[in-house]
Design a protein. Structure first.
Length: 103
């Protein structure tokens, strides 16, 4: 009876370990700083709209992930524009970028 409990415990631990290793990394926030125009966000995650009613004319991506740019403030898929790779910056005015998504 004790062997069965120990075996069940180890099987459960093995399954839990396998599941934790297989979780997608995008479930966590990016590490680093994202600057949109003059506003900076630490460890960003989700969709950001530029403040003050201006499009994003400056994006400095100092995170460990690519950020995706959109023509809509809610990062609607049909408004997709492109990406800014980790460690890169974009300076473009006017850009037409109204939403920035970080996964």
């Amino acid at each position: 009876m004790m062997r069965r409990r120990v075996a069940t415990l180890f099987a459960g631990l093995a399954i839990a370990a396998a599941l934790s290793l297989s979780l997608p990394t995008h479930a966590m926030a990016a590490t680093g700083t994202l600057t949109i125009n003059r506003d900076s966000y630490t460890n960003p995650r989700g969709c950001y709209a530029p403040k003050y009613g201006a499009s994003a004319w400056f994006i400095d991506n100092k995170t460990d992930r690519t950020v995706w740019t959109y023509g809509g403030t809610h990062c609607e898929p049909e408004t997709f524009i492109g990406g800014v790779e980790a460690g890169q910056a974009l300076h473009k005015n006017p850009s037409g970028i109204w939403g920035i998504y970080v996964s």
